[in-house]
Design a protein around this ligand. Structure first.
Ligand SMILES: Cc1ncc(COP(=O)(O)O)c(C=O)c1O
Length: 384
């Protein structure tokens, strides 16, 4: 058995049916959708069909869908575009993805005050704390739906219950296409998604923006998408996003059931064969495809390298922070002790995996963990 891919929170393979749906818009219908000729109109029709499909699948209106280059751009656009000026106050969760956390830092640099909600030891924010943090000059609340490192699902509906008329952004990049998400019912002001997280093409995502919300564009220089995100729209990618979302919703229940079973199988095997193992995040109730485990006594970077050599592709945290030796801010916000923090690995699954692959991955991971622990035999205890 070759390499086993357990890094589906970083990206997923594009499904053949999605690629087939996209292909005509790369070969035959390749016109700029803004062009006034017949070929341009065909491209525009495909683009607007994709927009309508995405809107219908997520409980939004077509004019609430702004296509972006992915989740990072959608989050930047929401945070920087909704906060407005002059500088005021923002409330955020302490476990946001860097594509939200960094724009928040940018806001702080220009004079905004950013307050963070407290999170519990599973990485879930305490919704009741929001009311106490809101101020008359609060411009934005931003809390993700599902965490990319731990899979923890945030109580967005409860948070919205105690929110006055303040824009609320929700990074749903790890949730859309994996668990049911309905923009209208959720009631947030804006919501971000990214196609390559649910077997669509990389390079396209969307920000859903409620009608009437004041959104300042980040890019200037074009009339496309009503000026909210100028630039020639990638028609084939938009078609791919819509096709992948459609498939994800139609197969959603079966995919979730399968991924939950595979997650349980991997967790049980590693608890048996690589003890002690610490689960970072919720045992149940998180997004099913994410499993964040620490192996006290191993250093995550050494384990990542060993697993790469052994043919298991996984991650030490979010892909954006891999390559840096900094411990995960998400696990830090959860109050995870040092040895657990430095030995945390993220295994992220998809319904394409087989039971045999999961069993083989567990064997390879356990062997690597045991070998690394022999190099530092006293440290493999679970900190109290
Ligand atoms: C929660 C979350 N938000 C945003 C992003 C960024 O999405 P993209 O890779 O499409 O820029 C990611 C990617 O890992 C993510 O996990």
């Amino acid at each position: 058995m070759d390499s086993i891919y357990l890094d589906n929170n970083a990206t997923t393979p594009t499904l053949p049916a999605v690629w087939e749906a996209m292909r005509p818009y790369l070969t035959d219908v390749y016109s700029n959708p803004a062009s006034a000729h017949r070929a341009g109109r065909r491209a525009r029709q495909a683009l607007e069909d994709a927009r309508e499909r995405v809107a219908a699948l997520l409980g939004a209106q077509p004019d609430e869908v702004v296509f972006t280059s992915g989740g990072t751009e959608a989050n930047n656009l929401a945070v920087l575009g909704l906060a407005g000026d002059p500088p005021g106050h923002v409330v955020a969760s302490p476990v946001e993805h860097p594509s939200v956390a960094e724009p928040l830092r940018r806001l702080a640099e220009v004079g905004f005050r950013v307050d963070y909600l407290p999170a519990d030891e599973t990485g879930v924010v305490r919704a009741g704390a929001l009311a106490g943090l809101l101020r008359p000059d609060t411009r934005l609340v931003t809390v993700m739906l599902a965490n990319n490192e731990t899979g923890a699902v945030q109580p967005v509906a409860d948070l919205l219950g105690c929110r006055p008329a303040v824009p609320f952004h929700c990074d749903a990049v790890q949730a859309v296409g994996r668990v049911p998400v309905h923009f209208g019912e959720l009631g947030v002001t804006s919501l971000s998604l990214s196609a390559h997280k649910f077997h669509g093409p990389c390079g396209i995502g969307a920000l859903l923006v409620r009608r009437g919300a004041k959104l300042r564009p980040l890019l200037l220089g074009g009339h496309q998408q009503r000026g909210r995100r100028p630039g020639t729209e990638p028609v084939a990618l938009a078609v791919g996003l819509a096709a992948a979302l459609d498939l994800a919703q139609r197969e959603g229940a079966a995919r979730r059931e399968r991924v939950l079973m595979l997650r349980r199988r991997l967790l049980d095997a590693l608890r048996r064969e690589a003890a002690p193992v610490v689960l970072n995040g919720p045992e149940q109730g998180g997004i099913p495809h994410t499993l964040n485990l620490s192996f006290p006594g191993c250093h995550a970077d050494a384990l990542l390298m060993s697993l790469d050599l052994a043919g298991v592709a996984c991650s030490t945290g979010s892909a954006c922070s891999s390559g840096s030796l900094l411990p995960s801010p998400v696990l830090k916000a959860m109050g995870v002790p040092d040895d657990v923090l430095h030995s945390a690995m993220r295994f992220s699954l998809s319904a394409l995996l087989t039971e045999e692959e999961i069993d083989e991955a567990a064997r390879r991971i356990a062997a690597a963990v045991r070998r690394l622990r022999t190099l530092c035999p006293d440290s493999a205890t679970v900190p109290s």
